[in-house]
Structure formats: structure tokens, C-alpha cells
Design a protein around this ligand. Structure first.
Ligand code: ADP
Length: 270
């Protein structure tokens, strides 16, 4: 798996960690209906860190993710990845959504290689087959390379979607409730898998979620958004040791962090 590992230093959360992604004073007003979806969003994500954003429905989470992905331009502020402005969709940003949306007529491996085929053509995708197979192994799908999506469970399809997101070696991964369509047991398991994969590939991750527990178990920082206009109400540092394990959910520290976020969400105009 050495081929998948990228430079690991500086360590997660260390003082001199390298900033990968930065938003400065980002705002968004939709021209069509004059809705002020976001205002004054500033955040800085360090290489290898995991952050989550949580907030009530309509508080601007999807808008924030679309801006971060370069799919929607902000109306104010600055967005950069590795110091370069994000002006549109980029190769160094990977995204994953609630549904895996694998193409049924392509095998698992062909689905994983699709971003390379679209970007660099069929020959490049053929050359990347070993890398795709390595990624499938990383997520426990060894032996399923040539299987079609209708033979995969929901969790397996999401694992394949993780590989498809990672195949272009993005610097930043954006996750929009990737496991919310799965049952609770599969979801817990996939979250632990996501942590392991992010650690092994030193990915910098940003997750939109409705689940406070999910945000706490995965993140180094949780951004609590307040609505109308969407703004950062509080950034909560999650000081649980790594690697995180599911039994931490029953610890007093985990409970205190969940309670703090819940209280913040219950306050004022949430
Ligand atoms: P969330 O993801 O937290 O539910 P959204 O980012 O979808 O929030 O929406 C934030 C606000 O922006 C809402 O009031 C929503 O109605 C509005 N909004 C979202 N997308 C658009 C759009 N394309 N055009 C106009 N208004 C939008």
C-alpha cells in the first residue's frame, strides 16, 4: 500500500501543519431570490485533518460544500487550495455524496477508474488499473473488481465510491453525508473505515453531517453553523485520542462534547 501513502508529516494537528484549504470571509447571496445563504465564513484546514460542519436544515451546509468544490462561486470572500484560488471544479478536490451513483453497466473497477478515463482517456485508465485494484483492496473489496454494481450491497457500493473519489489522489475530499443512506451498524463501520482510509492516504477531509455523534467520532474540529445567514457559531476542537474507536462513544468525554454541540445547536435562532 506504499504507493497510496503520501507524505505524512507534519502530523495531524501539529502547530506547523501545512494549510491545504482556506476560506476567508466567504459569503453567498443567491441572486435569484436574494437569500443570504452564507456570511463571513473563514476557516483553514490543515493537511491530514478531518473537519465536520453541522447545523440545522437550510443553514447553508450544501452551499458551503458547493463553494468549496468550486461548483458555485461565492459572492464575497476568497477560497484557496494550496494557495491557489478555487475558480471552478478542480482535479485536486474529490467529492462523495449520499448515494454512490455507480454506473450499472460498468464493473466496480471500471467505475473506480472513471474519473481518470474522463480526465485523461481510456489508455490512462487502463494504466491505472493496478492503482484502482490497490484502492479496492484498501477498502476490503478485493475480488470484487469485475463485479457489476447490482451485486454489491449499499455499504460495498459506498466503498467503491470512496475508491472512485481517491483514484485521482485529491488533496481535499469533500463528503456530503456519505453514509446517511446506510443502516446504523453499517454506518458506524463505514465511519471507522473512512477514518482508516483518511489516515492511510493522509487525506484532508471536510464532512457535512446531521449527526452530532458522527461529527465527534471522526473530526479534529466541528464547525457549528448558525442560520439566516449561515455563519460559524462555534468551532469545537475534538480532543479525543486517535485512532478513534466506537467504544469511545460511551466515554464521559465523548458525551460532554456531544452535549456541548447539542447545546450550541439548541441556542438562539437554530
Ligand atoms: P443546508 O444544506 O444547510 O440545508 P442550503 O445550503 O441548501 O442549506 O441552503 C441555504 C439557504 O439557501 C436556504 O435558505 C436555501 O433555500 C437557499 N438556497 C440554496 N440553494 C439555492 C439556490 N440554488 N437558489 C436560491 N436559493 C438557494
Amino acid at each position: 500500500m506504499a504507493a497510496l501513502a503520501r507524505k505524512v508529516e507534519p502530523l495531524r494537528g501539529s502547530a506547523d501543519a501545512e494549510t491545504v484549504y482556506e476560506l476567508t470571509g466567504v459569503g453567498k447571496t443567491y441572486a435569484r431570490n436574494r437569500v443570504r445563504a452564507l456570511e463571513g465564513i473563514s476557516l483553514s484546514l490543515q493537511r491530514g485533518s478531518f473537519s465536520s460542519v453541522i447545523g440545522s436544515s437550510g443553514c447553508g451546509k450544501s452551499t458551503l460544500l458547493k463553494i468549496m468544490a468550486g461548483l458555485t462561486p461565492p459572492s464575497a470572500g476568497r477560497v484557496t487550495i494550496n494557495g491557489q484560488p478555487v475558480m471552478g471544479p478542480r482535479r485536486d478536490i474529490g467529492m462523495m455524496f449520499q448515494h454512490a451513483t455507480l454506473f450499472p453497466w460498468r464493473t466496480t473497477l471500471e467505475n473506480v477508474l472513471l474519473p481518470i478515463e474522463i480526465r485523461d482517456g481510456k489508455a490512462a485508465a487502463r494504466k491505472a488499473r493496478d492503482r484502482g485494484a490497490d484502492l479496492l483492496k484498501l477498502v476490503g473489496l478485493e475480488g470484487f473488481e469485475n463485479v457489476y454494481p447490482n451485486e454489491l450491497s449499499g455499504g460495498m457500493a459506498q466503498r467503491a465510491a470512496i475508491c472512485r473519489m481517491l483514484v485521482t489522489e485529491p488533496d481535499m475530499i469533500l463528503l456530503d453525508e456519505p453514509f446517511s443512506a446506510l443502516d446504523e451498524i453499517s454506518r458506524d463501520f463505514m465511519n471507522m473505515e473512512l477514518q482508516r482510509i483518511c489516515t492511510e492516504t493522509n487525506a484532508t477531509a471536510f464532512l457535512v453531517t446531521h449527526s452530532i455523534a458522527e461529527a465527534v467520532i471522526l473530526s479534529d474540529h466541528v464547525y457549528v453553523l448558525a442560520p439566516r445567514p449561515g455563519r460559524i457559531a462555534e468551532v469545537i476542537e475534538i480532543d479525543l485520542p486517535r485512532p478513534r474507536t466506537l467504544d469511545m462513544i460511551t466515554t464521559p468525554r465523548f458525551g460532554a462534547l456531544v452535549e456541548r454541540i447539542r447545546t450550541r445547536l439548541d441556542q438562539g435562532d437554530f
